[in-house]
Design a binder for this molecule. Structure first.
Ligand code: NAD
Length: 480
């Protein structure tokens, strides 16, 4: 059984208290590794290492830092298969998904920010005959990055890459549920030429390690992705300390389908936007709204395709869905299916745990589930489920669709299907959502602003937004 260690000051070390947390393999439900159960002492050591490393990391300059990150990207890419298998084993997702999406995206995150920093320019504001102002942007110092379990290495690197490229030193905490690929990456840092202390990874539980990072006075900014409730707790701790904060939180995303859409494209993509990664992507659409003239046709074809999806061994190339991430999460998702029934919903397919054979019989599998007959205000349509469960309902007018789509506390992503360009613009403008995909889903250009409105978050990641977040802006005004 492998031990997952912290990376502190360039060394791979157990937690100071030498205690451990079990790490499970969702496909079998068995324990397969143990994780350093760190606490505030480990965070303190990591912060000290980061503070000590900061001046030399800044002095390496953009090109020096860029080269380190590019080497790390190349090392991850060289071991793509090893990383993909590790991600699949740790998270339960099909290995083909980790191979195609998660790990290539982690590599792309490093490459993108390693090169973006070389082109990161700053503004100048010239006041005719009076003065010239320019914006000086310097790294903040030590920053904290805290990430969730659903896209483990993908989201972890999405934070640390811009933080490091901009010249900060990082104390990072991956999810305790899926820590393996961050550890695998930690083992490559020295070979990539990362100076000790520049990137520190402290593993363990959120309320212990996450809180210690959030409340540490030397950690000047917190970049967090996870649940809305955790985001509230982080804001409660960090706001009185006047830390910069970027919070990427939960969602309850609508998929709005008009009768004039390309039906085949809408069907094929909506199956993916509902159930990819077992529905555990913050950008998955969980409320499907279909214009009434198309409703029955769409619903029947959709349910037929969902029934054909294969839930199976994540290592099997034929599996469309693997296991959900933990037993607790499986119970939560199943309890929402029960709630949907209590609220009067009809389960059109799925609706239960899937029991596989042999060594997989203890695994945490759920059949992809489609529920009909629920109004927009019920809890099933208001609360984040974050699993392979969607609701489907008809609408009559554009206004009805907008009210339902916008009628939750969340505002992360929305998907729109129509061939009417004017309507697409009209709807996109009115949807309360940080991202609107029109006739597509999950196309990501890393230069674009990424984040949510309302209870889905504060701030934006991606491109120049991330580099601005991870730098402190100072206006320098020089009299002409
Ligand atoms: P979570 O909030 O339980 O945990 C996220 C991270 O925060 C973990 O590393 C956890 O250990 C840590 N944490 C927990 N309590 C903490 C505390 N008090 N202080 C500091 N850190 C703490 O979320 P999760 O269950 O890992 O992930 C699922 C959630 O993440 C869903 O709500 C999903 O929508 C959201 N998510 C959002 C985005 C986005 O970009 N908006 C992307 C992926 C996931």
């Amino acid at each position: 059984m492998e031990d997952i260690l912290n990376l502190v000051g360039g060394d791979l070390v157990p937690a100071t208290g030498n205690t451990w947390i079990d790490v499970h393999e969702p496909s079998t439900g068995k324990v397969y590794a143990r994780l350093a159960d760190s606490d505030a002492r480990d965070v303190e050591a990591a912060v000290q290492a980061a503070e000590a490393a900061f001046p030399a990391w800044v002095a390496m300059g953009r090109e020096g830092r860029s080269n380190v990150l590019l080497r790390l990207a190349a090392l991850i890419e060289k071991d793509l298969e090893g990383f993909a298998e590790a991600e699949s084993r740790d998270n339960g997702k099909p290995v083909h998904l980790a191979r195609k999406v998660d790990i290539p995206r982690a590599v792309a995150n490093f490459r993108f920010f390693a090169t973006a920093i070389l082109h990161f320019s700053t503004e100048a504001h010239v006041m005719d005959d009076v003065a010239v102002n320019y914006t000086d942007r310097s790294p903040i110092g030590v920053v904290g990055c805290i990430s969730p379990w659903n896209l483990p290495l993908y989201l972890f690197t999405w934070k640390i890459a811009p933080a490091l490229a901009a010249g900060n030193c990082v104390v990072a905490k991956p999810s305790e549920v899926t820590p393996m690929t961050a550890y695998r990456m930690a083992r490559l840092c020295a070979e990539a030429g990362m100076p000790p202390g520049v990137l520190n990874i402290v593993h363990g539980l959120g309320p212990k390690v996450g809180t210690a990072i959030t409340e540490h006075p030397a950690v000047k900014a917190i970049s967090f992705t996870g649940g809305t409730r955790t985001g509230q707790e982080i804001a409660r701790v960090a706001a009185p300390l006047f830390k910069k904060m970027s919070l990427e939180l939960g969602g309850k995303n609508p998929v709005v389908i008009f009768a004039d859409c390309d039906l085949e494209q809408a069907l094929r993509t909506t199956v993916l936007s509902s159930f990819r990664n077992q529905g555990q992507i913050c950008l998955c659409g969980s409320r499907i709204l279909v214009e009434r003239p198309l409703y029955e046709r769409f619903r029947d074809a959709f349910v037929q395709r969902v029934k054909a999806l294969r839930v199976g061994d994540p290592r099997d190339a034929a599996s469309d869905l693997g296991a959900v991430v933990s037993e607790g999460h499986m119970e939560k998702v199943l309890s929402y299916i029960d709630l949907a029934r209590e609220e009067g919903g009809r389960v059109l397919c799925g609706g239960k745990r899937v029991q596989l054979d042999g060594e997989l019989q203890g695994g945490w599998y759920i059949a992809p589930t489609v529920i009909e007959g629920l109004g927009p205000a019920c809890r099933t349509n208001q609360e984040e489920i974050f699993g392979p469960v969607v609701t489907i309902a008809p609408f009559d007018t554009e206004q009805d669709a907008l009210s339902a789509a916008n009628g939750t506390p969340y505002g992360l992503a929305a998907v729109l299907w129509t061939s009417d360009v004017k309507r697409a613009h009209r709807m996109a403008h009115q949807l309360e959502s940080g991202i609107v995909w029109v006739n597509c889903w999950m196309i990501r250009d890393l230069r674009t602003p990424f984040g949510g409105m309302k209870q889905s978050g504060v701030g934006r990641e991606g491109g120049v937004e991330a580099l601005r977040f991870f730098t402190e802006a100072k206006n320098v005004c020089i009299k002409l």
